[in-house]
Unconditional design. Structure first.
Length: 150
């Protein structure tokens, strides 16, 4: 069993989103990836975890997964920048807007992790003027536990 739970959660969410979205429309990366980032994209970061409801450490963790969706603030040959951004955000939100998302994640038999909760939390939108990009952050609230890595 590995206690690198955050990394396994990121990998599971990346794999799920790659399965549930159109790979021709966006790129999906785990946080800390050394791949060249290409837009439009989603970057998955499980940057914060805590013991469930203030319990002592037992491996079951509340994890906030930030899904950063980034699109260029430039028109494509077919769509305006806002329309393109809306389409990419909708791909991710549609994949995540499941009442039993944790079961969908577990059905994929992810390595090193099992989910007991996964649901959309807050959503923020902003602009990155320096990179001329639209940035949306979706918080996925999860409760997950490590499982034996085979």
């Amino acid at each position: 069993m590995s206690w690198a739970l955050e990394e396994y959660v990121e990998d599971a969410v990346v794999d799920y989103l790659k399965q549930e979205t159109d790979a021709d429309k966006l790129n999906i990366y785990p946080a800390w990836s050394d791949e060249e980032i290409r837009y439009p994209c989603a970057v998955i970061n499980a940057g914060k975890s805590e013991n469930v409801e203030g319990t002592e450490f037992n491996g079951v963790r509340e994890i906030e997964v930030e899904i950063g969706i980034i699109t260029e603030a430039a028109s494509t040959t077919v769509k305006a920048a806002r329309e393109h951004n809306r389409e990419i955000r909708d791909l991710i939100l549609t994949a995540l807007a499941q009442t039993q998302l944790h079961e969908d994640l577990n059905t994929m038999n992810p390595i090193g992790v099992i989910f007991s909760l996964a649901k959309i939390g807050g959503i923020t939108r902003s602009l990155d003027a320096e990179h001329r990009a639209f940035v949306s952050e979706i918080t996925l609230r999860c409760i997950a536990s490590p499982k034996v890595v085979v």
